[in-house]
Design a protein around this ligand. Structure first.
Ligand code: CUA
Length: 334
């Protein structure tokens, strides 16, 4: 690691480390991020250096050895042993440095510390879900600061990819197989999570946050059952869930159809299904649509909604129904 850490120190000196991020990279907010950044900067500046040297030599040679008279010949050169050794050995050493540095960094990222906190990550079109050892589930990743976290990830449908740019971690999330990621965020803060594997119409909306809390705040969050509905009325909780559970990726609340029908003026109205039958959108219809969406596909829409069975508590289903009532011009009619 001596060579690597020495080179790391050099590249640190080349780029002032601003906590706000640099021109090239977002803030480095995990314990492994700096090593990744240093290697990136090392390769970047090394490439820049050789680009400048090679381009300058090319221009200089083109000017100096330009053919000035017809029939003019250059010297007959058969080789230059020292020069050939230099241009083989120096790049060879540089490549070994990059390999060694990258490999040790890869190993650090591939092997989670034994004392890591275990959180399960589930990707599905188009929402992330996180399950905690205490039985809590949430749609934002909440973690304690200064503690390693191991994410065991899988998908319910297609391939997604879990990416936290501030932590410099990214890994595919696959159906029928587990993948693992780990990180440790030393300081409290909020960081963006992106899906970086094209997974369908709302791929770009498959966003969430990592919330890093001080240990005491994290313990309080766990003790409160993940802060479910605290201090919120059922309608407010429903509105919050509508965002956090990803409903908003497919359903508008202003009447515009998206991947799924708009939910404006649905509650208390008749809905025409794909088979031509009409049903009343009441509490039971909404509950059924959440638990078994394929059973009641609305006419004109594809049956792409995932089931929320096991992902929503009764209290949450009730809150969503109460929220949908407020979107209807005749709440509670019929
Ligand atoms: Cu999930 Cu893209």
């Amino acid at each position: 690691m001596n060579t690597a850490s020495w080179l790391g120190a050099v590249s640190n000196a080349l780029v002032a480390e601003a906590p706000k991020g640099t021109f090239w990279l977002p803030p480095a907010a995990s314990t492994t991020a700096h090593n990744t950044d240093n290697l990136f900067y090392f390769i970047f500046y090394l490439s820049l250096f050789f680009f400048v040297v090679i381009m300058a030599a090319m221009v200089a040679f083109a000017v100096r050895y330009r053919r000035r008279k017809h029939g003019e010949k250059t010297a007959d050169i058969h080789g230059h042993r020292n020069l050939e050794i230099a241009w083989s050995v120096i790049p060879g050493i540089l490549l070994m440095v990059i390999f060694f540095w990258g490999f040790t960094g890869f190993m650090d990222l591939a092997v989670p510390p034994a004392n890591a906190l275990d959180i399960r990550v589930t990707g599905q079109k188009w929402v992330w879900a996180f399950d905690y050892p205490e039985g809590i589930n949430s749609n934002e990743l909440v973690v304690p600061a200064g503690k390693p976290v191991r994410l065991t990830m899988s998908s319910k449908d297609v391939i997604h990819s879990f990416y936290v740019p501030d932590f410099r971690i990214k890994r595919d999330v696959l159906p029928n197989r587990y993948t693992v990621l780990w990180f440790e965020a030393p300081n409290p803060g909020e960081h963006n999570v992106f899906c970086t594997e094209y997974c369908g119409a709302q791929h770009s909306g498959m966003l969430t946050k990592v919330k890093v809390l001080a240990q005491a705040d994290y313990d309080a969050w766990i003790a409160s059952g993940g802060g479910l509905g605290q201090g919120l009325s059922p309608v407010e909780l429903g509105q919050k869930l509508f965002q956090s559970k990803g409903c908003v990726a497919c359903h508008s609340v202003d009447g515009k159809p998206m991947v799924g029908p708009s939910l404006k003026d649905i509650y208390g109205h008749e809905v025409e299904l794909a088979d031509g039958t009409k049903v009343m959108a009441d509490d039971n219809y909404i509950r059924q649509s959440l638990m078994d969406p394929a059973s009641q596909v609305v006419k004109g829409f594809a049956p792409v909604m995932p089931t929320f069975k096991g992902m929503l508590k009764d209290q949450e289903v009730n809150a969503l129904i109460d929220y949908l009532k407020t979107l209807s011009a005749e709440p509670g009619a019929h």
